[in-house]
Each structure stands twice: as structure tokens, then as C-alpha cells.
Design a protein around this ligand. Structure first.
Ligand SMILES: Nc1ccn([C@@H]2O[C@H](COP(=O)(O)OP(=O)(O)OP(=O)(O)O)[C@@H](O)[C@H]2O)c(=O)n1
Ligand SMILES: C[C@](O)(CO)[C@H](O)COP(=O)(O)O
Length: 264
């Protein structure tokens, strides 16, 4: 008999237990969630959001991948999807997860009664490859926002501002000015930089879809740390939408504690 892994998660201890069950009955149970159609919304623009959750969270050093850790009793990824569902643009949601996490995610959705419609796509070895997989589901004549699953504190008003500006300028990133003085190391010397000219880049990063798809045709380079670096490599100007200092990326264990306080 074919067996499926069924992940049971203890919210108190944050421990995972893996059980096995017959594949056929398990998928009958899960299939409405895994294959739910994308919703349609009335808006002049068709918008998509690719929520990348394909990372392994090595810096978090947690047994449970950080996108699934609980913040105020709800997995990080669900907070993020809820924020996008509150956007006035009502984007169609695409979640990128490693294949090995798909069943676990479906189980979490059931456990938390999470019913926001979304499509699931396979993650890749790097963020670049994960985004590229997500883009396959996005039609050319739309706007697409790419957002880290682990930035659950994104404000829907900022998501809206990014879609609005991307529709005019083609390629925009949400970013905040540095609040600290900034120094660049050059060999044995250091040099102060004008901090008013330095922005710290966050997500979402929002684009006319055809522009971003074209940029993602270039071969992967290690310098591609975000979508803007890929679009810039393809020759596009990147514009900035003012972000929020609260839009932190959950990277280290202390970030979970901060996110709990900010999401209250
Ligand atoms: N192969 C990958 C790597 C990263 N990401 C996503 O890109 C976002 C930003 O990456 P980061 O915070 O660096 O996540 P991890 O790679 O999981 O963390 P670490 O670098 O600590 O391993 C995250 O939402 C992560 O899930 C992804 O979709 N696919
Ligand atoms: C995309 C990003 O969150 C923008 O700040 C960042 O580049 C991700 O970097 P990481 O090395 O994957 O944490």
C-alpha cells in the first residue's frame, strides 16, 4: 500500500510527529485545499502575489521551518497570506514551498481552519529558483508582487502602494532609509556614506509581470539576493516605495519574539 507522511504538530512544544497513512484516503481529504481554484476579484488590474517559502531557515536553527513557526498561535506563513488578502488589489496568491512541505502545509491549513484560496508551487534550491517556479503561474499582462513568507508584518497599505507604483514605473521595491550611520569597508580603510542615500530593501518587490519574467530568463548568479537585483541585471531601473521598519524578516530566534509583540 502507498503511504503518505502525515505531519502532526504540537503547538505548545513546537514538535513535529510524522505518521503514515494510506495515500489515497489522505489525498481525498486534502485535495480540495491543494487544488483550490484561484479566486477572481473585480479590479481594473489583475494582480498576483508570489509568497516564497522555500527556504530552510538555517539561521533560525529550528526543527520546524521558520515559515511554519507560530506567532500568536498562527503560523508565520498564514499571517503573511492574510496581509495580502487585505490588499485592495485582491491579488491571486501563489505559495512556493518545497515539495516535501506540501502535505505538512495542507495539514496545518486544516488544523488552523485556514481557507484563503491559493495555489501551491514547488520550491527551488535558491530563492531565485523558487521565484522562477512561481512566475510560471502568472500571466504576462498582470502585476506581480514577490514577497518573503517570513515577513508577516507587511502592512496591506504598503502592498497597495507598491502595486500602484509598479503599474506606472514597472519595477518597485519596498525599502526604508537607514536609521544608523553607514560605513563602507574598503580594504584596510572605512568610509562614511551619506545615509540619506542608503535604503534597506525589503519585500514586496512588485513588477509588471512581463518585465520580471524576462529578467528571470537570465542565468542564476550568486549576486541575485532579491528580485530587484535580477531586474536590474536585465537593465531595468528600480524605484522605491517607502516601507515600514516593522516589516522585519524573521531570520533569527529573537525575531519571533519581536513579531509576537508587533502583531498583537
Ligand atoms: N530556496 C529558497 C530559499 C529561500 N526562499 C524564501 O526566501 C525568503 C527569504 O529567505 P531567507 O530568509 O534567507 O530564508 P531561508 O533561506 O529559509 O533562511 P536561511 O538563509 O537562514 O537558511 C524566505 O521566505 C524563504 O522561504 C525560497 O523560497 N526558496
Ligand atoms: C529579499 C530580501 O528579503 C530583501 O531584503 C533579502 O534579500 C533576502 O535575503 P536572504 O539572504 O535570503 O535573507
Amino acid at each position: 500500500m502507498l503511504l503518505a507522511q502525515r505531519f502532526l504538530f504540537d503547538a505548545t512544544t513546537q514538535q513535529l510527529t510524522i505518521h503514515y497513512c494510506p495515500l489515497t484516503s489522505f489525498y481525498r481529504y486534502l485535495s480540495p485545499m491543494l487544488h483550490s481554484p484561484l479566486t477572481t476579484h473585480h479590479s481594473q488590474l489583475t494582480t498576483y502575489a508570489i509568497i516564497v517559502a522555500g527556504g530552510s531557515g538555517t539561521r533560525m536553527q529550528s526543527a520546524v521551518p521558520k515559515q511554519f513557526l507560530l506567532v500568536n498561535e498562527l503560523p508565520v506563513l498564514m499571517h503573511t497570506l492574510q496581509a495580502f488578502s487585505r490588499s485592495q488589489y485582491a491579488p491571486k496568491l501563489i505559495v512556493v514551498l518545497p515539495d516535501s512541505h506540501h502535505v505538512y502545509w495542507a495539514q496545518l491549513c486544516i488544523q488552523h481552519h485556514f481557507t484563503l484560496p491559493h495555489d501551491l508551487v514547488s520550491g527551488g534550491p535558491t530563492r531565485f529558483h523558487s521565484v522562477k517556479n512561481g512566475l510560471k503561474l502568472v500571466p504576462d499582462d498582470t502585476l506581480v508582487a514577490v514577497h518573503d513568507a517570513v515577513r508577516p508584518l507587511i502592512n496591506p497599505a504598503i502592498i497597495d502602494a507598491a502595486y500602484k507604483q509598479a503599474n506606472v514605473q514597472g519595477a518597485v521595491v519596498v525599502a526604508v532609509k537607514s536609521r544608523d550611520s553607514v560605513r563602507q569597508v574598503k580594504g584596510p580603510f572605512t568610509q562614511s556614506l551619506l545615509r540619506d542615500e542608503i535604503y534597506l530593501v525589503q519585500t514586496p518587490q512588485t513588477f509588471k509581470t512581463a518585465l520580471l519574467k524576462g529578467a528571470y530568463e537570465y542565468a542564476y548568479q550568486e549576486s541575485f539576493t532579491d528580485d530587484a537585483s535580477v531586474a536590474e541585471h536585465a537593465g531595468h531601473a528600480i524605484h522605491i516605495v517607502e516601507g515600514s521598519y516593522q516589516n522585519l524578516k524573521i531570520t533569527f530566534p529573537e525575531d519571533i519574539v519581536i513579531a509576537e509583540l508587533l502583531l498583537k
